[in-house]
Design a binder for this molecule. Structure first.
Ligand code: 5GP
Length: 198
């Protein structure tokens, strides 16, 4: 018990999921939150990219102007930020701190630049790299997704090659061959870290 009488809880862990666009991070993160709720929350990033059809502010992202984003950088309000595919993306620090302090684990779907910054700032963060079975499969998935213009797909593929080179910096790699297996593997890894506390 603290002086104020509140029970102290061990801080929540940070789990970072990175991997190239189209690898299945979004759907797998949603599965993990469903699986581990209410003890795990999804870190809602801020971005300057425009919302895609169906995206709701405060659910997938907070959609900010470039000016608001740059103000948040200057004020030190972001735990990490990066430019990805020509737009700013960042993780609000207050959200991480608040949930960790309450003992909740936080799941971050961020790019490899962000993953490296989180690793430096929070050495106990668990970094999981989600990889496609092959580059050809990734290209097929990105094209099938059909939500992006051809030029965007090409930019995402070029970026994917850079992202893949960071795989070795991550604590674990999970290959998303079938969604079910990848989901189970992710769940097992996360449960192992939560239970062991390491
Ligand atoms: P999308 O625009 O397709 O939702 O996301 C593009 C990329 O930005 C993905 O690789 C995603 O992981 C990454 N991303 C999303 N939020 C953040 C963030 O807060 N920080 C960083 N560094 N990357 C992010």
């Amino acid at each position: 018990m603290t002086a104020a009488g509140a029970a102290t809880v061990p801080p929540g862990r940070l789990f970072v999921i990175s991997g190239p666009s189209g690898v299945g991070k979004t759907v797998l993160c949603a599965r993990l939150i469903e699986r581990f709720a209410p003890n795990m929350v999804f870190s809602i990033s801020v971005t300057t990219r425009p919302p895609r059809g169906g995206e709701i502010p405060g659910r997938e992202y907070w959609f900010w102007s470039i000016e608001a984003f740059e103000r948040a950088i200057a004020a030190g309000e972001l735990a990490e930020w990066a430019q990805v595919h020509g737009h700013y993306y960042g993780t609000p620090k207050a959200f991480l701190m608040e949930h960790r302090a309450a003992g909740r684990h936080v799941l971050l779907n961020i790019d490899v630049q962000g993953g490296m910054k989180i690793r430096a700032a929070f050495p106990d963060a668990v970094l999981i790299f989600l990889a496609p079975p092959s580059f050809v499969v990734l290209e097929e998935r990105l094209r099938r997704r059909n939500i992006d213009a051809e030029e965007t797909v090409r930019r995402r593929l070029a970026n994917a090659r850079v992202e893949m080179s960071f795989q070795k910096e991550y604590t674990h790699t999970v290959i998303n061959d079938t969604l079910e297996e990848a989901a189970r593997e992710l769940e097992d890894l996360i449960r192992m870290h939560i239970q062991s506390g390491s």
